[in-house]
Write a protein that binds this ligand. Structure first.
Ligand SMILES: NC(=O)c1ccc[n+]([C@@H]2O[C@H](COP(=O)([O-])OP(=O)(O)OC[C@H]3O[C@@H](n4cnc5c(N)ncnc54)[C@H](OP(=O)(O)O)[C@@H]3O)[C@@H](O)[C@H]2O)c1
Length: 278
């Protein structure tokens, strides 16, 4: 059985679906007993993960496992699991943003490496789904206000991360590998907004705001400090130097990574204002 932590996350949910489609037995970890996940997956509450028998491999989602990561890995090792795949970040080898965020990822990578399990580390670029944060503004005004327009990253489609995770969880050739997963097109923020506009067949614009203005807006919306810290810190660095672009997804999956424009087309409904009945 494969244990997918963070199973309702943007990567986890695709990983569960792909593994189930491949015929794997999947235990999907979620706090939500009603989670909308494939019926074939066995839903498991985080408090139950260290009581589960028969786990062979684990997809480790650091935000979801948090302080429980050590116990989870120890239990897995003691009960016969052999493999762990970690969803980490490209900021470990390419520092961007506040050090504490990459240190958290580095710490989880180290736990996996010290766990005695066969490990694979997936150091991911920013997820395409992060741009869902623009959906409200785009629906309401067709304008995205943001800081650091020149910040460029090769955003990755979370479905490609899940596809790589699925092979690393089920095939032996990826043991001891650290993969840098990115899309293959480095885009600035206005270029991403333009791709969304093309997908929506609507002219959208990106309007530059100061970092302070964006931070105040996020805090006023009730977001914790961590969110603007994480976002603005990395954007400032990616405006100075673009995030890296690798061919790893293409090499591992034997096809091009999905382009951001494709992600935008596939998620256009999220950016479209719901019509209210008259
Ligand atoms: N976003 C990026 O650009 C990026 C880049 C590189 C790496 N990463 C890392 O990739 C991993 C996967 O990200 P993701 O966006 O798919 O999912 P995520 O935001 O980490 O959340 C996945 C699921 O974990 C559960 N969860 C979240 N916070 C939790 C908490 N404090 N305690 C217990 N459960 C919690 C939630 O599920 P339930 O509510 O169903 O329990 C959530 O749906 C994360 O660790 C993230 O740090 C993200």
């Amino acid at each position: 059985m494969i244990l997918v932590t963070g199973a309702t996350g943007v990567v986890g949910r695709h990983a569960v679906r792909l593994l189930v489609e491949q015929g794997a037995k999947v235990a999907a970890v979620t706090r939500d007993p009603q989670a909308d996940l494939p019926a074939e997956a066995h839903l498991v509450h985080p408090s139950e993960v260290t009581t589960l028998p028969g786990v062979e491999a684990i997809l480790l989602s650091p935000r979801a496992t948090g302080a429980a990561t050590v116990d989870l890995l120890a239990h897995a090792r003691e009960t016969g699991a052999t493999r762990v795949v970690v969803l980490s970040s490209l900021t470990v080898p390419y520092p961007a943003g506040h050090a504490r965020f990459r240190q958290q990822f580095q710490a989880v990578e180290n736990l996996a490496k010290e766990s005695g399990l066969d490990w694979t580390i997936l150091r991911c670029a920013d997820f395409a789904a992060n741009t869902l944060a623009w959906a409200g503004q785009i629906q309401a005004t067709g304008t995205v206000r943001g800081a650091y327009p020149d910040a460029r990253t090769s955003t990755i489609d979370e479905r490609d991360i899940a596809a790589v995770a699925a092979i690393a969880l089920t095939q032996p050739d990826h043991t001891g590998q650290t993969y840098l997963l990115t899309g293959e097109q480095s885009l600035s923020q206005p270029e991403k907004v333009a791709a969304l506009g093309a997908a929506l067949d609507r002219t959208l614009s990106f309007v530059e705001a100061t970092p302070d203005e964006i931070r105040r807006g996020m805090l006023a919306a009730g977001l914790p400090d961590e969110v603007p810290d994480r976002l603005l810190g990395s954007l400032a660095d990616y405006a100075r130097e673009a995030g890296p672009t690798t061919g790893t997804v293409r090499r591992l999956l034997g096809r091009l990574p999905r382009a951001y424009a494709t992600w935008a087309e596939d998620h256009s409904a999220a950016f479209t204002r719901k019509q209210t009945g008259s």
